[in-house]
Write a protein that binds this ligand. Structure first.
Ligand code: UDP
Ligand code: MG
Length: 337
C-alpha cells in the first residue's frame, strides 16, 4: 500500500492475532482514533498467527477503509512470540509498539509511550501493569510467580509486570533482528540488552471479546522457554542433585562398612531397593534436563524458521512470498525469525 512508506513511517503498531475475529471491530474502533490523533505517519501490522476463524477476512474488510492497516499472515499457528517476531521484523516504523489484540492493554497508552520516548530520549518504554484486578486471581498469581522466578533465575533487571506491551526504537529492532535466537522471549530479552528505558503505567483491562489464547499449557511452556533460554540453572540443578545423591551414597557406603564389620548382617533388601530407585530417579531427571538443552542445540543447528510468512499486504500480491521465514537483506535468517 502506497500510504505506508518506510522512510516516513514514524510509528508501527504490531498486533499478533490468533482467532481474534470477535475483537477486531472493537480494536479498530479504539485504536484508530488514538493513532490518527498522533499526527504522524503510522502503520498497524496485524500479524495473523494462522487463525482458524475469520480474522483475516475481518482484517481485510477493515483494511479497505483504513489504508494504514497492514496484514501479515503466517502460514500456520506459530505462537504469540513467533508472531510478534514476524511483526517486529517486518515493521518499518522508527518506533515500534507491540500490543495484544484483546484491548487488555489500552491503546491510549501508546500516545504516552511515544511522548516519553521522544522527550526522555530512551530506546525502550515498558508498559507496566499498575492494576491487574481485571485478570483472574489465578492469572495474577501465576504472573507474580513468573516474574519472581525470572528475576532470580535470569538475573536481568526485569521490570515487574511488564508484559509484551512496549515501545522499541529502530535501534533496538535492528539489534533484535540480528539475534540468532530461535524463540526469543521478548519480555526478558529486551531488558537484557540494556538500552536506556522508561516505564509507563497503565491499568490492565478485561478482555474486550473472545477468550484467552493462553491456557495453562502455554503458560507453562512460556515459563520453561524463558528459563531455558536465559540460564543454565536447570543444568546446575542436575549437578546439585547428582552431588547430593553422591554424598548420600558415600554415607550409605560408610554405613554398610560399619554394619559389615560389626557382623550384623541385615536383610538389605529395603536399602538396596531405595538406593536403586533414588539413583535411577536422579539420573533420569538429569538425562531429561540434558535432553532439553540438546534439543535446543539441535533446533538451533537445524535453523528452521520459527514462522513462515504467507503474505504481507504491503507487498500487494497475496502469497507473493513463498520463501521461508523472515529475510534480512538477501539472507534467509531462518529460525532467527
Ligand atoms: N496470540 C497469538 N498466537 C497464539 C496465541 C495468542 O498471536 O498462538 C495472541 C493473541 O491473539 C493476543 C495475544 O497473543 O493478541 C495475547 O494472547 P491472550 O490475550 O489470549 O493472552 P492473555 O492476555 O490471556 O495472557
Ligand atoms: Mg490478553
Amino acid at each position: 500500500m502506497e500510504s505506508i512508506s518506510p522512510r516516513t513511517t514514524i510509528l508501527s503498531v504490531v498486533i499478533p492475532m490468533f482467532n481474534e475475529a470477535a475483537v477486531i471491530p472493537a480494536l479498530v474502533a479504539r485504536l484508530r482514533p488514538v493513532l490518527d490523533a498522533l499526527g504522524v505517519d503510522y502503520e498497524v501490522v496485524a500479524v495473523d498467527d494462522g487463525s482458524r476463524d475469520d480474522t483475516v477476512s475481518v482484517l481485510f474488510d477493515h483494511g479497505r477503509a483504513w489504508p494504514q492497516l497492514r496484514v501479515l499472515r503466517l502460514r500456520r499457528n506459530s505462537g504469540h512470540q513467533a508472531a510478534l517476531t514476524a511483526g517486529l521484523h517486518r515493521a518499518v516504523g522508527q518506533w515500534v509498539v507491540s500490543l495484544d489484540a484483546d484491548l487488555q492493554d489500552p491503546p491510549e497508552t501508546i500516545a504516552e509511550m511515544l511522548r516519553v520516548a521522544r522527550e526522555d530520549g530512551v530506546d525502550v518504554v515498558y508498559g507496566v501493569r499498575a492494576d491487574r484486578s481485571t485478570d483472574t486471581v489465578f492469572k495474577r498469581n501465576t504472573a507474580r510467580g513468573y516474574y519472581w522466578a525470572m528475576r532470580r533465575l535470569v538475573g536481568v533487571d526485569l521490570p515487574a509486570q511488564a508484559g509484551d506491551f512496549r515501545l522499541l526504537s529502530r535501534d533496538v529492532i535492528e539489534v533484535l533482528r540480528r539475534l540468532p535466537e530461535r524463540a526469543p522471549v521478548y519480555r526478558l530479552l529486551v531488558p537484557s540488552l540494556g538500552f536506556p528505558s522508561a516505564e509507563v503505567r497503565y491499568d490492565r483491562e478485561a478482555r474486550a471479546a473472545g477468550e484467552t489464547k493462553y491456557p495453562l499449557r502455554r503458560m507453562v511452556a512460556l515459563a520453561w522457554e524463558s528459563t531455558a533460554n536465559f540460564s543454565a540453572a536447570p543444568l546446575r540443578l542436575a549437578t546439585w542433585m547428582g552431588m547430593s545423591s553422591f554424598l548420600l551414597c558415600l554415607a550409605l557406603i560408610v554405613f554398610g562398612m560399619v554394619v559389615h564389620v560389626s557382623g550384623a548382617t541385615i536383610p538389605g533388601w529395603t536399602s538396596m531397593f531405595v538406593a536403586v530407585l533414588l539413583l535411577s530417579g536422579v539420573q533420569l531427571v538429569c538425562l531429561g534436563l540434558l535432553g532439553e538443552y540438546v534439543g535446543r542445540i539441535y533446533a538451533t543447528v537445524q535453523n528452521r524458521p520459527a514462522f513462515h510468512i504467507g503474505f504481507d499486504s504491503r507487498d500487494g500480491v497475496p502469497g507473493a512470498e513463498t520463501g521461508a521465514g523472515a529475510h534480512v537483506g538477501d539472507k534467509v535468517v531462518g529460525l532467527r525469525g
